[in-house]
Design a protein around this ligand. Structure first.
Ligand SMILES: Nc1ncnc2c1ncn2[C@@H]1O[C@H](COP(=O)(O)OP(=O)(O)OP(=O)(O)O)[C@@H](O)[C@H]1O
Ligand SMILES: [Mg+2]
Length: 475
């Protein structure tokens, strides 16, 4: 359970925080001054500090500086009232995780807290390499296949340098784990490690998240904001899913890599940076370049040091090891005895295709353990999502989902329409109705039935989406 230390001289605020965060399942400590905060941190090693800037005695900024000296990896969220934002900005520049303006929205605050704790966990929890499957104390990269040996060697080689690293491989192959391992073994391990997921953040926000902005850079920019690149000064940024980064931002990234400097949005000042970039993607970057979705010059910059993670099926000798590792790990976490696994079950696992790679085997073992009654896992205990060939319907939906997702991502990166939501829904409806009509040879009654719509509704939609019926209409 994570421990949060709340530092504020306002009794009421400390009490509300205590109640709120305890309900959320955190262990909450409080302190009314900077001095008390430093004592608590030394004694109780919390996972996160929420720190007010205006404190009696040593002020918030000084407290932050001391915290940073005690433990540079301890995430700190600064709370500030209007008028003291400068201090908060200064603290983020020195590496504070984030700052919030009082009064704040609770859900917003809870989100930041969750992110900060995760960031702290990433920085602290080491990633072991090539350990025995029953050593589950730390996160570990498991596998002894030649392919994984190459990965370990590459991590060893690049860790000590400041080189930009590109990690490639299908989803679930361990890219994030490798990024964390590189950080943990690098000279920057005492400095921040920040993760930015390029897909999870909308592109306009992504730019300000990374580069920050000046007051007045756009409507709503009421004060300067320090971006993650500045915040991670001296540290490492993990740019996850870089293959999905909007093209406009790619040129800014290129400049960062070439010139080691940035400009905040709406700013003129060139700010020197000192950050190591580790990037990852499961995309086919070569194809993305051919399609104009990824800048070739950025690709060349990034790919100098590339670590490829092969699909799990291509390193099937590692499968039994991984199964044993996840068994030991989940049994340990749930406080149950490790039941072990039969040779038959291992053979079954080795023969499977693992489209979801290591993430999938981790899930499969976790599920198998839930229903297990203490006997070694046998083939009957194991449910693979596609033991036989997937039915046409299943593949169809999955492909459709992926195709749609791709289309939507493209649209979100380069919105061609101001009313993007409606435009997307219209487009989808148009395709759906068009398909239903072509399947019924233009018969509107049958198409309506097929879609579960009334005929008048279908008519209205055909008009709205201006669908042309090209098949011979037999009504
Ligand atoms: N070699 C490995 N040994 C042990 N655990 C692993 C290994 N590779 C991956 N994992 C675990 O599998 C899960 C998925 O790994 P990770 O998140 O690093 O994948 P990813 O390549 O980043 O996937 P995505 O492209 O979907 O983000 C994680 O829980 C990770 O800890
Ligand atoms: Mg990942």
């Amino acid at each position: 359970m994570s421990i949060i230390l709340v530092v504020d001289d306002d009794d009421q605020l400390r009490k509300s925080f205590h109640k709120l965060l305890t309900e959320e399942g955190y262990t909450v400590l409080t302190a009314a001054s900077g001095e008390a905060c430093l004592l608590e941190v030394r004694e109780k090693t919390p996972d996160l500090v929420i720190l007010d800037v205006q404190l009696p005695g040593i002020n918030g900024l000084e407290t932050f500086k001391s915290l940073n000296r005690i433990d540079p990896k301890l995430p700190v969220i600064i709370m500030t009232a209007f008028g003291t934002t400068e201090t908060a900005i200064e603290a983020t520049q020195m590496g504070a995780f984030d700052y919030v303006l009082k009064p704040f929205e609770i859900p917003e605050m809870l989100k930041i807290i969750e992110k900060a704790i995760e960031a702290g966990r990433f920085m602290r929890s080491p990633v072991d390499m090539d350990v025995s499957p029953d050593e589950t104390a730390h996160d570990a990269l498991i596998g002894r296949s030649p392919a994984m040996q190459e990965v370990y060697k590459a991590i060893g080689r690049v860790s000590s340098t400041d080189a930009t690293v590109l990690i490639r491989g299908e989803s679930g192959t361990g890219k994030e784990l490798v990024a964390r391992a590189i950080y943990q073994y690098s000279q920057r391990r005492e400095k921040p490690f920040l993760v930015i997921n390029c897909v999870a953040i909308p592109d306009t926000l992504l730019e300000s998240e990374l580069f920050g902005y000046e007051k007045g850079a756009f409507t709503g920019a009421i004060h300067r904001r320090i971006g993650k690149i500045e915040q991670a000064h001296g540290g490492t940024i993990f740019l996850d899913e870089i293959g999905d980064m909007p093209v406009t931002l790619q040129s800014k990234m290129l400049r960062l890599l070439q010139e080691k400097s940035i400009e905040r949005l709406g700013g003129r000042e060139t700010i020197p940076t000192n950050v190591r970039i580790i990037a990852a993607t499961n995309r086919d970057l070569e194809k993305a370049i051919a399609e104009g979705r990824f800048r070739e010059d950025l690709y060349y910059r990034l790919k100098v040091v590339t670590i490829w993670l092969p699909p799990l099926a291509k390193r099937s000798d590692d499968i039994p090891l991984l199964a044993e590792y996840f068994l030991a790990r989940y049994a340990g976490k749930n406080g149950i005895d490790n039941p072990g696994i039969t040779e038959e079950a291992k053979t079954l696992l080795k023969g499977y295709r693992w489209p979801g790679n290591v993430r999938e085997i981790s899930n499969v073992i976790q599920k198998a353990l839930i229903f297990n009654r203490g006997t070694p896992l046998s083939p009957e205990d194991i449910t693979l999502s596609v033991t036989e060939k997937p039915s046409v319907k299943e593949t169809g939906t999955r492909d459709l989902d992926e195709a749609l997702r791709q289309m939507i991502r493209k649209e979100l990166m380069n919105p061609s329409d101001k009313h993007l939501f409606d435009a997307c829904i219209d487009r989808f409806s148009g395709i759906l109705i068009g398909e239903a009509l072509s399947m019924t040879d233009g018969n509107r009654s049958r198409a309506a039935k097929l879609l579960g719509l009334s005929r008048p509704t279908l008519h209205a939609k055909i008009d709205k989406y201006k669908i042309r019926i090209e098949t011979t209409v037999k009504e």
